[in-house]
Design a protein around this ligand. Structure first.
Ligand SMILES: C[S@@+](CC[C@H](N)C(=O)[O-])C[C@H]1O[C@@H](n2cnc3c(N)ncnc32)[C@H](O)[C@@H]1O
Length: 297
């Protein structure tokens, strides 16, 4: 039986790559190790982990939302795809914990709230956003100063597209990619997953935001890598890849995916810094004036 959901039109949030059997089966040790890795990156947010306010953008059926909720203050999961949202809601009803979780069935661009978050998760979601600039402006607006975004995204140039499990799909112009997806009967079109970026594309994209960002090289022992694969050949390749990435950043071009941690600049610190510069400038000006008067006297 085909569990994938058919998309009706290109603006709907019918994400046709979703495989519900896989969603149900996802190993919890992978979820736990991912969440531990995420929280490991939050040490200098300036708050205990148990008090963090977290936003999970494109939370799907809530796989990571539920896990992280056990450790932080509160989580809002935003998910526009109705079926995934309903799964998350029904799972929440069955749980004993979860009072600190809220789900919203809307795209992030339409999320209207006064709340600001310490941590935003954006796990394999960027590649589904046709207008990444608008989406990220919104995400950035929702982030507190000094807050962090933990983002994972596949590399557009990786030869195997993992949503539709087709080689070279993301290399093709959208017209041909759609045709490829249809001919191989993997779905109605590629448009719901077609916006992954390359290493340079991501750098260019985040250079336009007032943020610091860092490509994270995970420890090769992290369980979430390769979804916990124990395959000998895969593990050798993974270890070698990580070794090369640590030595030469050039190898990011060939990375299968990226983990990026983005920190929102503390504007207050910047303002303090500019006030300091203005004061320095003022005192220099005053000194010059004083010397000038003295010389004239
Ligand atoms: C590959 S799934 C990832 C789900 C979950 N983050 C995970 O890692 O299991 C991507 C999700 O992003 C959602 N999405 C796409 N565009 C979005 C938008 N503009 N705002 C919020 N979520 C969006 C999709 O509906 C989908 O559930």
């Amino acid at each position: 039986m085909d569990n994938r959901v058919k998309r009706d039109n290109k603006n709907s949030f019918g994400q046709s790559y979703f495989n519900w059997e896989l969603v149900e089966k996802k190993n919890s040790f992978i979820t736990i190790s991912t969440v531990n890795h995420i929280l490991g990156q939050c040490r200098n947010i300036g708050k205990p982990i148990s008090e963090l306010e977290v936003l999970d953008v494109g939370c799907g059926a809530g796989q990571f939302t539920f896990e992280i909720a056990k450790k932080v203050g509160s989580v809002v999961g935003v998910e526009p795809f109705k079926e995934a949202y309903l799964k998350a809601i029904s799972k929440k009803r069955k749980l004993k914990f979860g009072k600190n979780i809220t789900f919203q069935n809307i795209p992030i661009e339409k999320y209207d709230t006064e709340q600001k978050f310490d941590l935003v998760l954006c796990l394999t979601t960027l590649e589904h956003m046709p207008d990444a600039n608008t989406s990220f402006n919104k995400i950035y607006e929702l982030l507190k100063e000094g807050g962090k975004i933990y983002l994972t995204v596949p590399n557009k140039l990786w030869p195997y597209e993992y949503h539709y499990r087709l080689p070279f799909l993301s290399w093709l112009p959208i017209k041909y990619a759609n045709l490829y997806v249809r001919l191989t009967r993997r779905g109605a079109s590629f448009e719901d997953s077609a916006y992954a970026m390359s290493y340079l594309g991501i750098k260019k994209f985040f250079d336009n935001f007032p943020c610091r960002y860092e490509f994270i090289v995970p420890d090769p022992r992290e369980k979430f890598l390769g979804l916990g694969s124990t395959d000998f050949f895969y593990n050798q390749m993974k270890n070698m890849g990580i070794w090369f990435l640590k030595k030469f950043s050039f190898f990011w071009f060939f990375s299968k995916a990226f983990i990026i941690v983005i920190t929102k600049k503390r504007l207050s610190a910047d303002i303090k810094h500019s006030k300091f510069i203005i004061n320095c400038a003022k005192s220099t000006e005053a000194k010059i004036k004083y010397l000038h008067i003295k010389r004239e006297a």
